[in-house]
Structures are given as C-alpha cells and as structure tokens.
Design a protein around this ligand. Structure first.
Ligand code: KG4
Ligand code: ZN
Length: 393
C-alpha cells in the first residue's frame, strides 16, 4: 500500500547544507528497493577546527563555495562510492563546470524530485541548500521536497546494504522497518529517543535537557586540548585508556523518563582535569577519554534499551554523528542481541551529515505526497523557507 507500484523507478536528488558539510546524492528507488547512485560530501570542518567549533558565517561562506562543485560531481559521476571533495578539487571543479544549468537535459531527465534539508540547522547554511534546490527545481521543472534533517538521521540506518537473494534486484536493497520501532538520534545538536509507530509516524519520548551527546564529546575534547570535532579523537584515544579509571556521573540514568543530560558529565571531566593539574600525561588523557566515553555510552544505552523494552520494540534504528562511536555500536549490538531486537545502525559513512539520508527521507515524504510541484503550486513553492528550529514532530 505504501509503495505505489505504478511508479517503477524514482531517482531523488538529495541536497544537505545544514551545518558545515555540503553534500549531494542521487538515490534510486525501485519497488521499495534502493541504490545510492552518487554520494558526494565536502566539509569545512578542518577550517572550523582552528576556531574550536562552528562559526556560522564561515560555514555559510564555505557552503556557497562548495555547493556547485559538489552537485556537479554527484550529477556527472553517478558514482555509488562516497566521494569526498577536498578544497583543491573544489577549485578544480569550479573552473571546470561552474554552471549547472549547462548540464544536458538527458542527464537530468531521470531526476524525479529534489529533496533538500529545510531544517533544523544554521539558518545561513540552510539557505544555500534551499536556494540551490529552488533554482534547480525551477529550471528543471522538478518537484521539491523540503526535508527534515532529523528524519534523515533517523532513517539513515535503512541505507544499510544487505545481500539480496532476489536476482532481479541484485544491486538493490530493501527498506523495511518493523513496527513498533525505537529511533535514537545522536548528533552534535540532538540527542532524541523516538517511538516509530509506522512510516513517518513518530512520538518523541525524550531528548537532552542541556548538551547533546556530540556536543559533550566536542566540549570535553576542547577542554582536553584535543581539537574539533571531539568524537573521533576521543574514541580513538579511549582505545588506549582505562574506562573505569574515573567514575564519572551517568546523568539522569535512573530518572525514570527518556530525557538526557550531559552537562554534568562534561563539568565532572573539567574538575578532574583541574585536579590532575595542567600537565596531564598522555596516559591520563587516554583514561579521561575512556572514562568519559564509557559514562556517555552507558547513559545512551541504558535509556535506549529501557525504551525498547517498555514499547516492546521489534527494531532499533540508530543514526547521527555519534552513532559512529565504536563503543556505542558495540554495546548496542550486545544489548540488542541479548534482547533479540533487530538493531539497525546507520552505516558509518552515513552517520555524519550527508545528502543520501536526505534523499531517503525525501523519498518517504514524496510517497506520502509531502512535496511541492514547482510548476503548479508556484505560491507554495516560493514559500519554501529555511526552518532552523524545525522539530521532528
Ligand atoms: O550528525 P553530525 O555529523 O552533525 C550534526 O547534525 O550535529 O554529528 C556531529 C557530531 C559531532 O559532535 C562529533 O563530535 C560527533 O558527531 N562524532 C562522534 C564520533 N564521530 C563524530 N562522537 C562520538 N564518537 C565518534 N566516533
Ligand atoms: Zn546532522
């Protein structure tokens, strides 16, 4: 019922520019099965690192610079492998093909609709994606799907490749959620537990009351002088550290609800570093990373499994930048196995911000009729706006 058999093949162009990643992807869908045809990401994260965090003006300026080269690469290569464009390649692409409208119509005919992140995110970064999508939708006469970034992260685990026994769809993979399902979104800006009752039917269960999980990793890395973003470096150093060396607080672990709090944990790490003195040894830093990571993961896993049990979930979907964390993945795998829950972790390459997940969420919205035809609903189309504080529900 959900999949319209009349529409045989669809290709969604996804565009994501909500923060410091610029990404474009082509997602092909055939009878509810999918294939990522192109996936290109460029990031200004290294530039942001020298400021110790995201500077919105810098992020937006880089979005403007990267968007056309990234889009051209996705459209021209149609290469399923993730391509990361570095600043040098951006410059090369810019001089090679600066005008997307010059693309041959035959290359574009196959795009069914354009999904673009409308929010949540940085207003000025989002604006770049929205303006680009609107321009393309107008020029190519394609429908536009304003897409929720959080829904992208939530559904990104469905991009997991599975072996298909059906020879007809050898290269395609099937989307399938078993309901009820629980979704955990853990990113730099959000930590949310969601009950998924059906496709696109959500009930928020809880969220962070202060810092998001990724924000806690970033702030702890900053106070330890490890740079930005914090998650990857902390999880790397934690491998050589002792996770039980420091007993950091597991904020709200027994609060009885599904809310989170990570600011107390961050402060506890700060006090411990002060206590250790300004010259922590390498070993001490590794121990601080491991003990902090363990405390954060313990809370995430405990609350998630509590929700899974209470709502008798058949499936757990986990996405967002922090879901790349190896310890979190391992502990969730262990717990889900114990409780016979089908765990769907976002593939690591789709944990960070990317346009493949936007194309995917856009596809589900398109099927539900949640899109705007550029040519017939001109007024509605002109009103597509950035929504920096967009919620999932
Ligand atoms: O989803 P994302 O790319 O952007 C947002 O929508 O916020 O998430 C970025 C966050 C950053 O806070 C980063 O430190 C965190 O994800 N992150 C990690 C890891 N890799 C990235 N956190 C913990 N462990 C990791 N391995
Ligand atoms: Zn994100």
């Amino acid at each position: 019922m959900f999949y319209n058999a009349r529409i045989k093949t669809m290709i969604i162009l996804g565009i994501e520019t909500s923060c410091d990643e610029t990404s474009a992807a082509l997602l092909k869908i055939e009878r509810g099965k999918f294939e990522v045809l192109a996936h290109v990401v460029s990031s200004s994260v290294k530039l942001q690192a020298k400021y110790g965090g995201i500077v919105p003006e810098v992020a937006a300026r880089k979005q403007l610079e990267y968007i056309i080269p990234v889009l051209s690469e996705a459209l021209k290569t149609g290469n399923p492998k993730l391509k990361i464009l570095n600043p040098k390649q951006i410059q090369k692409n810019k001089t090679q093909k600066s005008n997307l409208l010059e693309f041959r119509v035959s290359n574009l005919e196959f795009v069914t609709a354009i999904a673009v992140t409308a929010g949540p995110g940085l207003a000025t970064s989002l604006q770049v994606g929205i303006d680009t999508a609107k321009t393309l939708a107008y020029a190519w006469q394609k429908p536009i799907i304003p897409t929720n970034h959080l829904e992208g992260h939530l559904l990104s685990p469905l991009l997991m490749k599975k072996e298909s026994r059906n020879s007809k769809f050898k290269t395609l993979n099937k989307f399938k959620i078993q309901f009820p399902a629980i979704g955990l979104i853990v990113s730099g800006g959000h930590t949310e537990l969601i009950l998924i009752k059906d496709y696109l039917k959500y009930k928020p269960l809880g969220q962070t009351r202060d810092d998001a999980a990724g924000e806690a990793f970033d702030k702890v890395a900053k106070l330890l002088g490890l740079g930005y973003p914090g998650g990857p470096i902390i999880s790397k150093l934690a491998k050589s550290g002792d996770a039980v060396k420091y007993d950091f607080p597991r904020g709200m672990i027994s609060s009885g609800d599904y809310d989170f709090s990570f600011s107390g944990l961050k402060t506890a790490v700060l006090y411990k570093t002060r206590e250790l003195g300004s010259k922590e040894t390498k070993n001490q830093i590794n121990n601080l990373c491991a003990s902090f990571q363990q405390a954060a993961v313990d809370v995430l896993v405990a609350k998630t499994m509590k929700a899974v049990k209470e709502y008798k979930a058949k499936m757990l979907l986990v996405g967002g930048g922090v879901s790349a964390n190896p310890l979190l993945r391992k502990e969730l795998e262990k717990n889900c196995q114990l409780n016979s829950i089908n765990l769907q972790l976002s593939p690591v390459k789709y944990t960070g911000d990317n346009a493949a997940m936007i194309a995917l969420a856009g596809y589900f919205r398109y099927k539900a009729g949640d899109y705007i035809r550029s040519n017939t609903q001109t007024k509605a189309w002109q009103e597509i706006k950035v929504q920096p504080n967009l919620k999932l529900v």
